[in-house]
Every structure is written in structure tokens, then in C-alpha cells.
Design a protein around this ligand. Structure first.
Ligand code: Z5A
Length: 210
């Protein structure tokens, strides 16, 4: 049996971690075997790259950042995601390639076309997999930043200004417009329980669960 591959996306602090926890609890209640993972990271080597990528002291240029995101993804995909799918597990992933287009493309302001061209020409042969369903948690940027700001010290991405996250948000909006079947927008406002119900309704409808 082939498993299902679901990703969560959104700007900072929108509530992905919280929504994923609640989705996993519901999958468990339905007897569904799942693997919860995240990007960058998810495999031992990719977690090492994650530590570098998020470290506020890391000084790298935008191309290096793009390549490291995909180096991490390539390892994660081969070591963790594909084997789990082949064993019939559902893979629930906190971020995937849409984040790269939104953050490294729209956010870093190269222009997303330039980043997409690099992905196609340099990386496409190594990472072709996309999730079957992507849940884009959509929340006004400042609300997400306020939610995230209630936590600990900022990492290298969280140090960015609101203008950066506004461009990233536009990136997710453009991607959702381009691929409406795969990328489902979820209203991330309201309580965590309300968001969780919206997420579940979307997943249950797509995969015919009661
Ligand atoms: N990145 C990239 O640039 N390119 C790529 O290709 C990839 C990633 C894959 C990973 O950081 C960074 O890497 C990310 C993009 C970049 N940087 N940013 N920004 P991460 O994984 O550590 O961080 P994150 O993905 O942004 O997640 P987050 O900040 O941890 O937020 P979240 O998971 O979406 O939210 P949360 O932890 O569930 O909730 C945030 C807070 O709000 C928390 O205190 C909750 O208790 C609270 N919360 C949650 N839901 C609600 C509701 N509904 N109401 C009120 N409060 C809530």
C-alpha cells in the first residue's frame, strides 16, 4: 500500500506545529499509521543542516541557503519520506518545497522566477516529489509574528522584518492560486481547536475519512 504525503505551510507562527499535533491525534484515533516530520530537517543529516540554517550566527549568501535547503530535502526524502510512503505510512511534514519558493524566492527577493529556474535546472533531477495535499495556514503576517514572538529567542529567519514575511505570504498566495487542487488554504485565525477542525475537514474530505 502506498502512503499519503501531506505538508503544512505558512508564514512564521501561523500555528503549523499546533495543527499538526492535533491532526496526528485524529489520524491515530482512526488507526492510521503516520510519520510526523519537518523541514529543514527530518533525517539526522538534514537536522545538522537545519542547525546551521537557523543559527543566527551563520553567514551565507542566498544561493548557498537555497542549495542547503535542497541538500537537506534530498537526504530527508531519500532516507525518511520515501521509505515511509513505501511502507504505507502517512507522512505529515511541517514545510516542504513550497517554503523554498516562498522564502528563498519571494522572501529573499531574487524574484521567484529566478529561484524556480535554479530549482528546475540544478535540483529538479534530485527532488521531484511534491506532497499530495498541502495545507496552507493563512494568517495576517503580523498576527503570526505576534504568536511566534511570545516564544524564545529568534532564529535566523525569525529575525527578518515584517516586509520579508509579507513577501513570503504573497509567495504562498501565488502558489495556492497556481495549484488550487494540491494547495488548500486554511483560515488560521481563531482558536487552535477551530483551526484543527478546519484542517480535519479538509483532510477527511480529500481522503474520504469519516
Ligand atoms: N525555511 C526556508 O526558508 N526554506 C525552506 O525551504 C524551508 C524552511 C523548508 C524553519 O523554522 C524556518 O526555515 C522557517 C522557514 C525556513 N522560518 N521561519 N519563519 P521553524 O520550523 O523553526 O519555524 P516555523 O516553521 O516558522 O514554525 P513556527 O514559528 O514554530 O510556527 P508554527 O509551527 O507555525 O506555529 P506554532 O508553534 O504551532 O504556534 C506558534 C505560537 O502560537 C505558539 O505559542 C502556539 O501555542 C500559538 N498558537 C498556535 N495556534 C494558535 C491559535 N490558533 N491561536 C492562538 N495562538 C496559537
Amino acid at each position: 500500500m502506498q502512503g499519503r504525503f501531506i505538508s503544512f505551510e505558512g508564514t512564521e507562527g501561523v500555528g503549523k506545529t499546533t495543527a499538526i499535533e492535533q491532526l496526528c491525534a485524529r489520524l491515530e484515533a482512526h488507526g492510521i499509521d503516520y510519520l510526523r516530520t519537518r523541514e529543514p530537517g527530518g533525517s539526522p543529516f538534514a537536522e545538522q543542516l537545519r542547525a546551521i540554517l537557523l543559527d543566527p550566527d551563520t553567514k551565507i549568501n542566498d544561493n548557498t541557503e537555497l542549495l542547503l535547503m535542497f541538500a537537506a530535502r534530498c537526504d530527508h526524502l531519500q532516507q525518511v519520506i520515501l521509505p515511509a510512503l513505501q511502507r504505507g505510512k502517512w507522512v505529515i511534514c511541517d514545510r516542504f518545497t513550497d517554503s523554498t519558493i516562498a522564502y528563498q524566492g519571494f522572501g529573499r527577493a531574487h524574484g521567484d522566477e529566478e529561484v524556480r529556474a535554479k530549482i528546475d535546472s540544478l535540483i529538479g533531477q534530485f527532488v521531484t516529489q511534491l506532497p499530495e495535499l498541502t495545507l496552507w495556514l493563512d494568517l495576517p503576517v503580523l498576527e503570526g509574528m505576534a504568536r511566534a514572538g511570545k516564544r524564545s529567542a529568534a532564529d535566523r529567519f525569525e529575525q527578518q522584518a515584517a516586509a520579508f514575511f509579507t513577501r513570503v505570504h504573497k509567495g504562498f498566495s501565488v502558489l495556492a492560486g497556481e495549484q488550487p487542487e494540491r494547495i488548500q488554504r486554511i483560515d488560521a485565525s481563531g482558536s487552535a481547536d477551530e483551526v484543527s477542525v478546519r484542517v480535519w475537514q479538509t483532510v477527511a474530505t480529500r481522503f474520504h475519512l469519516s
